[in-house]
Design a protein around this ligand. Sequence first.
Ligand code: ADP
Ligand code: ZN
Length: 728
Amino acid sequence: MRDFFHEDQLVAVLTTQPLDRLLDYRAPEGGCFLGAFVEVPLGPRKVLGVVWGAGKGDFDRAKIRPITRVLDAPPMREEMQDFLTRAGAYTLTPMTQMLRLATRAPGLGDPPSMRRIYRLGQGVPDRMTEARARVLEVLRDYGGLAFTLGELAEMAGVSSSVIKGLVKQGAVAEEDSPRDLPFAPLDPDYGGKALTPAQAEGAERLRAGVQSGRYGTTLLRGVTGSGKTEVYLEAVAECLRKGRQALVLLPEIALTQEFVARVEARFGARPAEWHSGVTMTERRRTWKMVATGGAQLVVGARSALFLPYRDLGLIVVDEEHDTSYKQEEGVLYNARDMAVLRASICGARVVLASATPSLESWANAEAGKYEKLVLGDRFGDSVLPDMRAIDMRAEKLPGDRWVSPTLQAAVQARVDAGEQALLFINRRGYAPITLCRACGHQVGCDHCDARMVEHRFLKRLVCHQCGETRPMPEKCPACDAEDRLAPVGPGVERLSEEAQALFPDARIATLSSDMFGSARALKEQIAAIAAGEADIIIGTQLVAKGHNFPLLTLVGVIDADLGLQGSDLRAAERTFQLMRQVAGRAGRAEKRGVAMLQTFQPEHPVIRAILAGDEEGFWRAEAAERQQAGVPPYGRMAGVVISSPDAQVAFDIGTQLARADGPLRQIGAQVFGPAPAPIARIRGRHRVRLLVKAGKGVALQGAMRAWVGQLRLPAQARLAVDIDPQSF
Ligand code: ADP
Ligand code: ZN
């Protein structure tokens, strides 16, 4: 039985306010449970909090105020308190900030009154106005989801009377809130496929893990198309049979729709979704259903880890190597690592699925910390693409063209055969550099240490670091020369232009994130491509992630060397993963695909490993290098980023911190820097970084806290700790 506090008993409450301690309150009339979500007075305001434990009472008792009210939500489970505490300790994040991650459900504090909600109706309005059309468009856009009156009015940009008018005519349906309706039940035995022997064996091992009801992590490796998803859906099925909840994390919202459709085909109903594209009303319902167990399966982004599961039995992290699992703003956490932590607390299984695992996960599997599961061949007759290099030193190509004659001929052959070809370039926009031909000036961002990138599609210059945009200037900002600004280098839009010139008769589809106003438009484009409505696909990283294009038989990588530049120790790993991922798009159906990599350094060890398809060899070599350098996963690292509007101030603080390294020396750790951070200036703030390198088994967090805690920051300066930074 959960701890209960009777009226007037002292309780300690954790709030989402930036305070560094728990606050004492008196339990309200009727008492409250440990973990209850409550509203408490703080100064003149009322704030959200959670009853975290018994109060200390080391304060004048008469002055302690009572909790204002207990909110209509299931209390936070002790297991969740434990998870937040340990995740906060690991990432050195204050608890108040951790709590905010767990209370992202808007309207959590609503009184339990019935609300009216609105969805698409059957009727047709007698007269269509622009405002009415917008309302119906929003409802159609969100396919079947319901909104409250206020939400719908805001999203459509209309007054609520417009919506009421549509309700009268039956074009919009008004209903009572479905907040407490469960999701349609999933049937674990609904639509299972006949698995190949290798898949069946894999599924059996995952099922056994789920049956054990104990924590454990499995690294599920297998090339794209080998059936990893089919196999882990069997683990989900087993979890559902046991009556426990399952969570599948995807790295990219664009992948959700395809995945939800697969879940529906497999289990006969849709899962709950949790990502930035989900409406407020739906979130409210989902949050509650997850807490009561009414949602059996959640598909979502990394923030879905912080939902209040009643009994979580399985977490799948699909494409576990994907860098978007690392949250880079606010609380800096890696969802893959937090999934393992959460599972170990609640006795759940973890499946990390990838064709190209992160070196961390590979090493954990090698060391026996994770179970290894490898799926061999692709499903059906298809095999891995044939990998070839195009040595760009031997190709005759004018300076402003990027598709080599060899690649051009290969693409043309596919188009002629009625197949699809993909040209991949990992750069958004038209050209990475805008250069003045008169004075040599390169247009840069005013706020960041970055070049402005021309986006012809948007007709603007865009800073990829801070998002700042401005119209394309007519004159050079440095020398005022007119009409002398020229694009230098290729971006996806420019490549698209080149392809149109090279293949005038082909249907060309360009996929880049900023060319789509909505997730829905992107989804439609992807579906159209999969259905064969394009001959040539031009794409950025967006296409590398898991979409199924059955007609695609050729992948051409425009610049395979791009990721190998720079001094980042993870560059090789990233390039290896990305190239294999992209190449894996080719030949998913019955036809063997070809991947061609344009490179100026075909003898580079990473390029050679990619071409040879030698995964184990690549990882071994990479692991040896990391071991030598004493960096993750064979050592520990942490970053500290200090930012200030004044570069000198940031450097001075950094230098001061580097000198005060006593607490770090005690654990044998070294400090490097201060040096300009990987993003040296962003939104007008200068950033310097210190890197800390320590041995594998040391108490890094404690030392970091002591080290950083000595510092008194001047008003304008900020400091952020990043445990396990992505780049080092
Ligand atoms: P991965 O997740 O490894 O990329 P998927 O599970 O998506 O692989 O499988 C690739 C394609 O092959 C999918 O369209 C999937 O439905 C199909 N497939 C895989 N295994 C089977 C099977 N045993 N029976 C029928 N179709 C399968
Ligand atoms: Zn900028």
